[in-house]
Design a protein around this ligand. Sequence first.
Ligand SMILES: [Zn+2]
Length: 501
Amino acid sequence: MRRVGLAGLVVVIVALGLVVRPVAQGTSLTILSREGRKPLAVTSINNQDYVAVDDINTLFGTSSREDRQAGGLTIAARARSVVLSENQNIVSVSGRLVSLPAPPVRRDNRWFVPVDFLPRALSLAVETRIDLRRPARLLIVGDLRVPRVVARVDAGPSNVTVTFEVTPNTESRVVSQQGRLLLQFEADALDLAIPALPPQTFLSGLTSGETGASVLLTMGPRYATHRLSNSQADAGSGRVTIDLLPAATELTAAAPAATPGPPQPDTRPMLAPQGPSTGVRTVVLDPGHGGDELGAQGAKGTLEKDITLSVAKRLRTLIESRLGLKVYLTRDDDRTMSLDDRSAFANSHQADVFLSIHANSAVRPALKGAEVYYLTVERADAEARKRADDDATVLPALGGGSRTINLILWETAQARYLEQSSALAGFVERALSTRVGMSPRAVQQAPFRVLVGANMPAALVEIGYLSNVDQETQLGSAEYQDLVAQALMDALVKFREFLEP
Ligand SMILES: [Zn+2]
């Protein structure tokens, strides 16, 4: 019994040892020198990045000698030597003491030193500059020009801006190739940080160029031309801005054939911030879904795409006849249309208000009433970016269940209008509540993709729940649709008054 117990204990200790032993092969560093690029293996010990002294000797032409009795190691360069002691985070470089963030470690007959040993101690011994760029996992050896280049991509409704912060400021030029732009720097290499690309169709790839001191932009289908500008970001760094632009004909060509009259010329400068608008002259209504995309469905077969189109048409008639404003519908018939095209349509028609009309659905059949949404803009964090990559996200729905909506998390055109959009949503909610029932949470913020690209105050209204039997009947009736249209027009009147002091 006793023996078995001991054996069991040994097994437990061995197992623990395997689990706890804090050695793991990490990712490598890239050494950049006049000779080119070489990898340097990194081992994680106690959550610190370590490199093997053997590897240092191979790469830097140093040699090392162990003194087992003293528990020390000497690394010899041409003229100087470094003395290390196991478990001592101070090393001596020809008598000069240098501190390390963690002590050298001896493991499996090999010595390991923290990565910082290279710039702090080894550089003194080999009399060569060694620069550690931790975020880029680069180790720059010698006097190489390796500017830090941080790229940013901002997607607007009708352009994409790619900005490069360059530290220190470094000369660059743009070479236009077939479907690609190459940004070349007067440097030996780049310490390059590239973000994930937001969903858009101007830029399909942003990568390091083949020469090592360049960035390659691969163009998407919507790209036609670019505009380049250079500026001094601050004393130490420069900024290169490349605007990727569509063909000049795109905005007018984007208007669907159903729109009457000649194409509307866009007189506003395409890239100038338009700022909050001061009046309401043009309204774009967006009947949700259409074509293959049915939207929500009621138990009796009522389709969201039909209800939204019918309400939008009623509302157009009301606004045109009573308010004399220009009204455009993103779709006038039963057709499929992407969310981005809908906000792009509103932008190209210079709408002062964008209203997207939908009908809701929930797992809980009792849930009913109208809801109004305006956009939430979140700053991208790593996880959110990851989620945004697959574009559609399932959010928990009010009253149980879930709904799939299309998310985008970058700063956008709509961000400038959030205050006005919030006011618009408030007017819509108040107007609706006097004519139709509201759900318990009448005004909400959500990251609706269709609102993101809208360059004007925008809101999305869910006019009722098709999943509720009574409301399905209501939503299908001309009376209810007219009530909703009337309420939405009242809201636009209030919003116009709000904008015109
Ligand atoms: Zn919908």
